[in-house]
Design a protein around this ligand. Structure first.
Ligand code: FVH
Length: 289
């Protein structure tokens, strides 16, 4: 196993996530160089042993893998384009959230500058970094992943998904899609409960237990979708349409808009109209492609 305490790292971007990563690397004893576009965000890190770089070039020249944790695809280019000639034979680990094609574009851009590119999708919020439960999904350069896996594991469990630089990002956003649907459903339910005087906090406690129980069915749903066989349903599309119709009436009674539930209702209504009502709910997947 590599001695990760000796691996120097450079972090570009000291937003909430960059600071959490830098703090964790410093706690683990790694020589850590930090840079941020707006000065002043490194004060606490410098006090705990980080080396502050005044320029991106200085940060890159400190050596070791370059970890970019910036706002978006455009900010990665804004930061690295001016120093592209310094990236030859270097290793760039981009943990900035980018769309899959943006990650592929960055990998191609890096390759044109003889730089090895690994993309990562962070499945954690800043307080989770360095704690059990944090994970980062990687794809792109296998050699960068293998060389720095032990270092990367200091901040979050690290899993590699192959050389398509856009894969990790696709997985990241697919997981976020599920998360946002859950949050949207929660907000809708909280609005309904407000109409009968129940606080969002109380509803949240009950919703957490309910949603947690329901997530147990996701792997079964996935297996049905993968089989493509929807003729032996646990619950049919017609059954779920009836439930969504009732939720729609209840929402109207509570003066809650249908902005969140309407898209799913539309999908179910369409399938029933097309004669698929007796098939399993999982068939809805086919309507999305
Ligand atoms: N925070 C989170 O919960 C999520 C968890 C999942 C992954 N995301 C992604 O991580 C990237 C960084 O997120 P963050 O939380 O650190 O974001 P901010 O606190 O908003 O910091 C943004 C940093 O980006 C710098 N920046 C913005 N634009 C530019 C630019 N044009 N050139 C150079 N740097 C830029 C900004 O610098 P400054 O405003 O302080 O000068 C911050 O350092 C992100 O992709 C999340 O989606 C986090």
């Amino acid at each position: 196993m590599a001695d990760t305490t000796k691996t120097p790292v450079t972090i570009l971007g000291l937003g909430a996530m960059g600071q959490a990563l830098a703090t964790t690397f410093l706690k683990a004893g790694l020589p850590t160089t930090v840079w941020n576009r707006t000065p002043g965000k490194d004060t606490e890190l410098l006090a705990t042993g980080a080396a502050g770089a005044a320029t991106v070039a200085e940060a890159i020249d400190a050596g070791g893998p370059i970890i970019a944790v910036l706002l978006d695809h455009a900010s990665v280019h804004a930061t690295l384009d001016p120093v592209a000639d310094r990236l030859a034979d270097r290793q760039l680990i981009n943990l900035t959230s980018t769309a899959p094609d943006e990650a592929r574009e960055l990998a191609a851009w890096a390759a044109r500058h003889d730089c090895h590119y690994l993309d990562g999708g962070i499945m954690a919020v800043p307080p989770m970094i360095g704690q059990p439960g944090a994970s980062i999904l990687y794809s792109g350069s296998r050699s960068v992943f293998d060389a720095h896996r032990d270092t990367l594991e200091l901040v979050a469990s690290a899993e590699y998904f192959g050389d398509d630089a856009g894969f990790a990002s696709t997985y990241d956003f697919a997981l976020l899609a599920a998360m946002y649907a859950m949050f949207g459903g929660f907000l809708h339910g909280a609005a309904m409960m407000r109409s009968v005087g129940v606080s969002a906090a109380e509803y949240g406690e009950r919703a957490a237990a309910w949603v947690s129980a329901m997530t147990q069915s996701l792997s079964h749903l996935g297996a049905v979708i993968d089989s493509g066989v929807y003729t032996d349903p646990v619950q049919s599309i017609a059954f779920h349409k009836s439930a969504l119709d009732a939720i729609t009436r209840a929402s109207r009674d509570a003066n809650v808009t249908l902005d969140f539930v309407a898209p799913l209702k539309t999908l179910l209504d369409r399938q029933v109209a097309d004669g698929h009502g007796a098939l399993g709910f999982e068939r809805t997947f086919e309507e999305l492609r």
